[in-house]
Write a protein that binds this ligand. Structure first.
Ligand code: NAP
Length: 293
C-alpha cells in the first residue's frame, strides 16, 4: 500500500500557484481575489472557510470573507452576490454550503456569475465540463484528478466505482472519470442510497471513490485487493484528545482497507487538502482569463 499524500501534493502545487500569483501581480498590478460568503457559524463551515482564506494568503491571493447571520433573507443574499458579481476586482466567488433551510442553494448557485464560479457548481460550468469544454471544475473532483495525475495513477480502461451522487462531489467526479481525457477513460459505475448490494459493485472497482458522509462505511470485505481508494468523507466527531476538540474520520475504514489497497488517501491529509488546491487553481485561471475572457 502507498499513500496518496494530500499534504505533500498540495504543498507542492501551492508553491507553483504562488509563483503564478506573483506573475499576475506583476502583470496586472493586483493579486488574484477570492470572496467567500459564510452564513451562520456552523463549526465545520467555519473551519473550511478559514482554511480557504488562510491558503489564499499563503499563495499570495487576496481573500475577503463576507459574513451573514442565519436570519439573512434569500433576497439579501442574492443582492450581495449580484454586487460581488459586478466587482471587476473579484475573480472568484464562493458561498459556503450548507445554507439555512429558508435559502435555496440552487438559486444561490445560479446567481453567482458563472465566470466567477470557482467552486464550479453553476450549471453552465457543469454542462461545459460534461462536454469537455474549458470551465471551472468543481473543486473536490478537480483536486482528486490532480492527485491521480501527480502519482501517475493509470485510469484508462479501469472500472471506477463512485459511491455518492451529490452535485458537488459524486456526480461531477463520475463525469470526469468517464470523460475522454486524462485522468479519465474509465468505465464508471455510480452507487447511491438506493443501490442494492453496493458490495457487489465496490468489489469490482479498480478505483473506488467514496463520498457519502458515513464513517467507516467501506470495509475491507468490500474492496478488491490492489484497488486505488479515494476517501472523500469528512465525518467530524467531538474528541477530548485533540486540540481542536474534534476528530475527522473518512467514509473508508482506513486501518483495515489500507493493507489490501494499492494506493489510498488518508483522512485527514488527503482529499480535503486537494479541494483547496482546486479552488486556488480555478481562481488563478479566472484572473488570467484562461476559461472565460
Ligand atoms: P451529500 O450531498 O450528503 O450526498 C451524499 C451521497 O451519498 C448521496 O448521493 C447519497 O445517496 C449517498 N449515500 C448516503 N448514504 C448512503 C448509503 N448508505 N449507501 C450508499 N450511498 C449513500 O454528500 P457530499 O456533499 O457529497 O459529501 C459526502 C462526504 O464528503 C461528506 O462526509 C462531506 O463532508 C465530504 N466532503 C468532503 C470534501 C473534501 O474536501 N474532502 C468536500 C465535499 C464533501 P442519495 O443521493 O440516494 O441520497
Amino acid at each position: 500500500m502507498e499513500l496518496l499524500d494530500g499534504k505533500y501534493v498540495s504543498e507542492k502545487l501551492k508553491q507553483e500557484i504562488a509563483v503564478e500569483a506573483a506573475e499576475v501581480l506583476a502583470k496586472i498590478g493586483r493579486k488574484p481575489h477570492l470572496v467567500a460568503i459564510l452564513v451562520g457559524n456552523d463549526g465545520g463551515s467555519e473551519t473550511y472557510v478559514a482554511s480557504k482564506m488562510k491558503n489564499c494568503e499563503k499563495v499570495g491571493f487576496k481573500s475577503t470573507l463576507v459574513r451573514f447571520t442565519t436570519d439573512v433573507t434569500e433576497a439579501e443574499l442574492l443582492a450581495k452576490i449580484d454586487e460581488i458579481n459586478k466587482d471587476a476586482e473579484v475573480d472568484g466567488l464562493i458561498v459556503q454550503l450548507p445554507l439555512p433551510n429558508h435559502i435555496s442553494p440552487e438559486k444561490i448557485t445560479e446567481q453567482i456569475d458563472y465566470r466567477k464560479d470557482v467552486d464550479g457548481f453553476h450549471p453552465v460550468n457543469l454542462g461545459r465540463m460534461q462536454r469537455n469544454l474549458p470551465c471551472f471544475i468543481p473543486a473536490t473532483p478537480y483536486g482528486i484528478t490532480m492527485m491521480l495525475q501527480e502519482y501517475n495513477i493509470e485510469t484508462s480502461g479501469k472500472h471506477c466505482v463512485v459511491v455518492g451522487r451529490s452535485n458537488i462531489v459524486g456526480s461531477p467526479m463520475s463525469i470526469l472519470m468517464a470523460r475522454n481525457a486524462h485522468p479519465g477513460n474509465c468505465t464508471v459505475t455510480i452507487c447511491h442510497s438506493r443501490t442494492p448490494d453496493i458490495k457487489k459493485f465496490t468489489l469490482d472497482a479498480d478505483i473506488l471513490i467514496v463520498a457519502i458522509g458515513k464513517k467507516n462505511f467501506i470495509t475491507a470485505d468490500m474492496v478488491k485487493p490492489g484497488a486505488v481508494i479515494i476517501d472523500v468523507g469528512m465525518n467530524r466527531e467531538t474528541s477530548e484528545t485533540t486540540k481542536s476538540g474534534y476528530k475527522l474520520f473518512g467514509d473508508v475504514d482506513f486501518e483495515n482497507v489500507a493493507p489490501i489497497s494499492s494506493w489510498i488517501t488518508p483522512v485527514p491529509g488527503g482529499v480535503g487538502l486537494m479541494t483547496i488546491i482546486g479552488l486556488l487553481k480555478n481562481t488563478l485561471v479566472s484572473v488570467k482569463k484562461e476559461v472565460y475572457s
